[in-house]
Structure formats: C-alpha cells, structure tokens
Design a protein around this ligand. Structure first.
Ligand SMILES: Cc1cc2nc3c(=O)[nH]c(=O)nc-3n(C[C@H](O)[C@H](O)[C@H](O)COP(=O)(O)OP(=O)(O)OC[C@H]3O[C@@H](n4cnc5c(N)ncnc54)[C@H](O)[C@@H]3O)c2cc1C
Length: 448
C-alpha cells in the first residue's frame, strides 16, 4: 500500500489529522487497531469533550471539533455547535461519535485501514520510508511520504527509534490510568437532593475506609452519553505504565472489578438505581499519560500558567494542569499539588516538594489561552514524521493540560495541515513555512 499521508491512530488527534490532511488536498490513509474511530472517546467512553472552552461567547477550538459536533448533532448524539461550545464540557453519545466521525472522514476523502496494529517502521537517515502493521491479512507494509503518529503512546516515533520521554522527570511515573463506565436504567426523578446527599456521604465513607477505590463521590453525569436515564462515571484510578503489556492487563482486570463494585453499591443502596444496569464497560482502560516525543521544542508548565503565546502557534490550549496521582491513590489525595494530604511515600512530597505548585497555580489565566507551538509536533531527529494528540513534546505537567480531547483535536488539525503543506512545498517537517501552515489552519476553521 502506498499513499501521501499515513495517520496511525483514529483518536481525537488522529481523526482530526486525517480530516485536515485530506481537506488540505493530501491522499490520506487512517490506520486504526480497532474497527471504529474515537480513541479514548469511544474505547474509553471518555467525555465530555474538554479544552475548547474560553468563555460562553467564544470557543478556543473549532476546526474538526466543530464539524464533528455538527455531525453528531445531525444524528441526534450531541447539542448543536452554537449551544454545545458554550458548555465547559461537550457531552455526546459515544456510539454516535463512531458513526459521525466515520461519515465526516469519508466525506473528506480519507481512506481507512481498520483492525491493523502498527508495530514497526523502516527508517532511513531520519525519514520513515514505510511502516509495518499486522492484521488478519498478515503483515502489511505501508509506504507514505509523511506520517502522523496519533497513537497517543508515540508508538510510531518510539519504534522508529526517535527519542521519547515518559512520565515525570523525578521518578518516571505517569498519571494513573482510570476507566469510565456507563449505567443506564436510572430513574432520574428519584434522585432528589436528599438521595444524592446521602449517597455521596456513603460513597465518601467507603472511599475513606478503602472499601471502594474511588477518587470522587460523583453520581455520574452526561459526559459520553446524552441518553435519558443513562450516566457515565469517572471515579476509578489504577497506577502503572500503559506501554507495559503486563501492567496494562492488570489495569484492565482491576478497573473492571472496581467498576462492578461501584455499580453494585449504587444498585443496592441508592434510590433511583434499583433497576439500573451497566450499559458499557470500557473497551480499553483509560490511559492518561505514556510517552511524549522529544520535539524541536518542549512545552512546559510555566507556559500554561502564563498563557504564553508563540509565533509558531498552531493551536490553543485552555485546560489546566490536571495530574491524577501516579500511584493511583484515592484517599487523602486528589490532584498532584502541594496540598496533597497523603501520608504514604511519594518522591514529590519529599525532596521535590518545592517543585509542586499549589492547587491555585494550575490554571492558565482566565479567559485566555496558551499556544501549542508547531515545534512540539516535530520530532527532533525525524524529517517526515509529525505527532498529533497527547504524545506531543510536552513535559509531564504541561501534558496534564494538553491531553484533553478538544486540544488533541486542534493539534490534529494542525498536524494534518502541516503534512499537506510539506507535501505541496516538497519540504521536510523541519523547513515548514509556518505562516502558510497558520493560514491553512484558518481555512479549515481552526484557531491558533
Ligand atoms: C479516565 C480518563 C478520563 C478522561 N477524561 C477526559 C474528559 O472528561 N474530557 C477530555 O476531553 N479528555 C479526557 N481525557 C483525556 C483524553 O481522553 C485523551 O487524552 C485523548 O483521547 C487523547 O487523544 P489521542 O488521540 O492522543 O489518543 P487516544 O484517544 O488514545 O487515541 C489513540 C488511537 O490510536 C490507536 N492506536 C494506539 N496504538 C496503536 C497502534 N500501535 N496501532 C494502531 N492503532 C493504535 C488507539 O486504538 C486509538 O484509537 C481522559 C482520559 C482518561 C484516561
């Protein structure tokens, strides 16, 4: 197989990258290990979509996000864009997202290769000539002029031999995994203020005794569902390295077990949940952080807090530094910041305590945004590879702010445009004409 632009991974970053590359005139192939699009939005049933929100009047992200929302709205799986973007998080139906994203990408002219797992790359002097995937046909070699790594885990960059980092610099630990699950059959009208209050008190008690391993006492919300009587829940944590197959397997088993315990508690103890049932387990454990590429530039924490703008800005981030305890702890710990109350060992609360900011120092300035520089998408030693999504070049704390889905989509839009411009200008990724890139991002409705 041979094409212009090969995008690996059909999550928020990859969907947007493939759409933008095709829209910008490149013959584009999107490769995905599952049989549908969405990445964490569908395999992890993660939602709502965060990171687009600047204020009620003005979104910070549009591009692919906007057309996806409009398409989901057309199929009854989301509010219309003009209302949706005014919410801090955009709720959607994750089943409809699968269909809507596919229709959009097909309309843009993207070709698909599903059920295909990337595992290796053939590299020559900084250029990837082709990549190798395995699927039911056996091993397949795919040639391309430009490649976009949207695997979330920087699989392409890593297996091609380009430098990556993983986790926080002090001990290499990554944010904990987690999982979202959905419960349907909830009788919403029975969830009175009093019922909710008592349920939350009991959940807090079970958390503090360790009987339930939950990091909040929420009774779920819309998030990745818009259906009546259905809620999605984001309460679990599990530590580990999701690029280690054994640790990932342990996470899958443990997170499903915890999910079932939470569900059983709700069904047996909370009015309104008597006839409820689990409508979805995650398909893939929720992975927050693994590898980041070492790019021409590394986005850092300070830039988020200051809302720093750069000349080579290709996307806007608005989210805050949201780091889930790398030990997966749920008692006396919420965010990774100075105020963490854990009494258990953590390197960050010992000699690195000064490195941790206070919880009120995790946010970009209000009503403002920070730049994602184009250089963060360009691996230092690669000449025809770009990355999209959460695996851009960012330090552990900055990626805690850039990993949300709207930001990943905005980065994807840019990566797709960047690949198409390289193709048109016959240049490599290190000599991209940035003004052209920015102009073309604007053409597909993006902001930077
Ligand atoms: C528990 C949890 C809760 C979260 N909550 C929110 C939230 O409320 N709102 C929000 O906006 N964000 C949230 N996030 C963050 C967000 O979901 C992810 O950071 C985001 O989806 C990353 O997008 P991505 O495209 O980089 O990667 P992913 O979404 O992980 O997509 C990567 C895609 O690549 C495919 N892939 C991976 N490796 C290969 C391979 N070797 N070969 C072929 N295909 C491959 C995967 O199957 C997947 O489809 C949450 C994350 C977690 C884990």
């Amino acid at each position: 197989m041979k094409t212009d632009v090969v995008v690996v991974g059909a999550g928020p970053g990859g969907m947007a990258a493939a759409w933008a590359a095709a829209k910008s005139g490149a013959e584009t192939l999107l490769i995905e290990r599952y049989g549908f699009c969405g990445g964490m939005a569908t395999t992890g049933i993660v939602g709502g979509i965060l990171g687009h929100y600047l204020n009620e009047k003005e979104p910070a992200v549009a591009g692919f996000l906007k057309v996806l929302v409009e398409k989901m709205a057309e199929f009854g799986g989301c509010e219309k864009w003009e209302n949706a973007y005014k919410n801090y998080g955009i709720s959607f139906d994750s089943e409809i997202l699968k269909y809507a994203a596919e229709r959009l990408l097909l309309e843009a002219g993207v070709n698909f290769l599903y059920h295909s797992y990337f595992h290796d790359a053939n590299v020559n002097s900084g250029y990837i000539d082709s990549i190798e995937v395995v699927n039911k046909s056996g091993k397949m070699t795919i040639e391309g002029k430009f490649f976009i790594d949207a695997t979330g885990d920087a699989d392409v960059a890593y297996f091609a031999g380009f430098e990556c980092t993983k986790g926080r610099p002090q001990d290499g630990k990554t944010e904990s995994m987690g999982c979202i699950f959905k419960i349907a059959g909830i009788e919403e009208d029975k969830l009175t203020e009093d019922v909710v209050k008592r349920a939350k008190e009991k959940l807090a008690e079970l958390r503090n005794t360790g009987e339930l391993k939950i990091y909040n006492e929420s009774l779920g919300g819309k998030g990745s569902t818009t259906r009546k009587g259905e809620r999605s829940f984001n309460m679990t944590r599990f530590p580990g390295d999701a690029t280690d197959a054994i640790e990932l397997t342990q996470a899958e088993i443990n997170l499903r077990e915890e999910t079932f315990k939470i569900y059983t508690f709700l069904k047996e103890n909370v009015t309104g949940f008597e006839n409820s049932y689990i409508s979805s387990f995650h398909i893939n454990a929720g992975v927050r952080e693994t590898r980041q590429i070492k790019g021409l530039y590394t986005l850092c924490e300070k830039e988020i807090i200051e809302g720093r703008k750069t000349d080579d800005s290709i996307a806007r981030g608005t989210y805050w530094i949201d780091i889930h305890c790398p030990f997966g702890r749920t008692v006396n710990t919420h965010l990774c910041c100075k105020e963490c109350q854990t009494t258990e060992y953590c390197i960050m609360l010992g000699k690195y305590k000064d490195y941790l900011p206070s919880k009120n120092k995790l946010y970009p300035p209000k009503n403002d945004w920070f730049s994602i520089p184009a250089r963060c998408l360009i691996p230092e030693k690669a000449r025809n590879l770009l990355v999209a999504g959460r695996c851009i070049s960012a330090d552990h704390r900055a990626m805690g702010a850039t990993r949300v889905m709207a930001t990943c989509m905005a980065i994807g839009d840019a990566a797709g445009v960047m690949a198409a411009i390289c193709l048109k200008e016959k240049c490599d990724t290190h000599s991209l004409p940035i003004k052209d890139v920015q102009q073309n991002i604007r053409k597909i409705g993006g902001f930077f």
